[in-house]
Design a protein around this ligand. Structure first.
Ligand code: PLP
Length: 407
């Protein structure tokens, strides 16, 4: 008999979204006529924009001809796209050769976890996008799961009380720091000063920051950094992962990237970029060429203009949700530079609040505890739904939330 991978056995059962779906199905079994609307998942709902569709249509038609057909491409991606990302998104702070296209930020997270290997001392914001912890555990990090957390993972508490930024000086030694800004789930966007502090900390401790900028296009406040590479010295202490998923609606198309600066090195002086090339050429064969043509179109003038419209639509949803929460007197954060709102229900268990909102309002939200221990008491509201669902959901919340807040 084959032995089960013991790292998988260490993961607690019930990943967040399957559990949410289970409870949703249970409501429908009891009440088949319930019209459930969702402010839960981070999946997008706006269609692809015409300019991007046209570019991918042309690419597909070309692939159907002997002259236009191409097979495997450059593993790191098309040079034209790498250049556009470097110039348009990073304004020249990174080089095209440091940009590696992928099938998405989540998939790149998994490959980074393989690259760093087992027994890497990791630190995560608490709460955080679950893949950082779960993927690291699968790769052999984290130690035992005890009392709702992994013993060898450093959970950096990010709460309203500390401005959603951890007290770095108190941290034990770490190798890899996951940092996501604008943040999923809290909607907090780090300031320049905060990121400067983070980079200085990583430099002083010899740690590497894995900076997740999947939501950078949602930043409205121009004083906030959109990339870790806007911070001096970050090139010697950070990797950045980005994505076309939320901005261009590529959650199904699949396209993301990692930026690996040439200066970034391990303790023996070897460049991290060399190992990244080794990993990606060994267990990845490059992003879809059709998706890459779509990405190129999304980054020209017309594409950028169109995707701005998509982002504006979601941010208007965020404003509607925020106004409703404010009107109901519910303490809430985020929503100004991120498509997520983080609402607090003091003294309540987040799964209980989730359950009550689902049962009474037939609205799906996301319980904060699913993102880490510091998510208890909080609920995440996502702005990625269609406008009519958002309006319907906030109307139902208005009618029922007084009940939900009862202790
Ligand atoms: N990073 C964060 C913080 C996310 O919230 C998500 C998706 O929800 C991703 C990455 C996944 O991105 P992709 O679709 O490119 O895999």
């Amino acid at each position: 008999m084959v032995k089960r991978n013991e790292n998988l056995a260490r993961l607690p059962a019930g990943y967040l979204f399957p559990e949410i779906n289970r409870r949703r199905r249970s409501l429908l079994l009891r009440n088949p006529h319930a019209k459930i609307v969702s402010l839960g998942v981070g999946d997008t709902s706006r269609p692809l924009t015409p300019h991007v569709v046209e570019a991918m249509r042309k690419a597909v038609l070309g692939l159907g001809t002997p002259e236009g057909y191409s097979g495997y491409g450059e593993e790191a991606g098309m040079l034209d796209l790498r250049k556009r990302i470097a110039q348009r998104l990073y304004r020249g702070t990174v080089d095209a050769e440091e940009v590696f296209l992928s099938d998405g930020a989540k998939c790149d997270c998994g490959r980074w976890q393989i690259l760093f290997g087992p027994r890497t001392r990791i630190a995560v914001q608490d709460p955080a996008y679950p893949v950082y912890v779960d993927g690291s555990v699968i790769a052999g990090d984290g130690g035992a799961f005890e009392g709702g957390r992994f013993a060898d993972i450093v959970y950096m508490q990010c709460k309203p009380e500390n401005g959603f930024f951890p007290t770095l000086d108190e941290l034990p030694p770490v190798d890899l720091i996951y940092f996501c800004s604008p943040n999923n789930p809290t909607g907090a966007a780090a300031t320049r000063e905060q990121l400067e502090e983070l980079v200085a900390f990583a430099r002083a401790r010899g740690a590497i920051i894995l900076f997740d900028s999947a939501y950078s296009d949602f930043i409205r406040d121009d004083s906030l950094p959109r990339s870790i590479f806007e911070i001096e010295d970050a090139r010697r202490s950070a990797i950045e992962i980005g994505s076309f998923s939320k901005t261009a609606g590529f959650t199904g198309v699949r396209l993301g990237w990692s930026v690996v600066p040439k200066e970034l090195a391990f303790d023996d002086g070897r460049p991290v970029i060399d190992d990244w090339k080794r990993i990606t050429t060994t267990i990845f064969n490059g992003a879809s060429n059709i998706a890459q043509y779509g990405g190129i179109a999304a980054l020209d003038d017309e594409g950028v203009e169109e995707t701005r419209g998509t982002v504006a639509y979601y941010m208007e949803n965020a404003r509607i949700i925020k106004d409703a929460l404010d009107a109901l007197g519910i303490e809430n954060y985020g929503g100004s530079n991120a498509p997520y709102l983080w609402a607090r229900f003091p003294g309540r268990k987040s799964w209980d609040v989730f359950e009550e909102i689902l049962e009474r309002a037939h609205v799906v939200v996301t319980p904060g505890a699913g993102f880490g221990p510091a998510g208890e008491e909080f609920i995440r509201f996502s702005a990625f739904g269609p406008r009519e669902d958002v309006l319907e959901a906030v109307e139902r919340l208005r009618r029922t939330v007084a009940l939900v807040r009862l202790p």
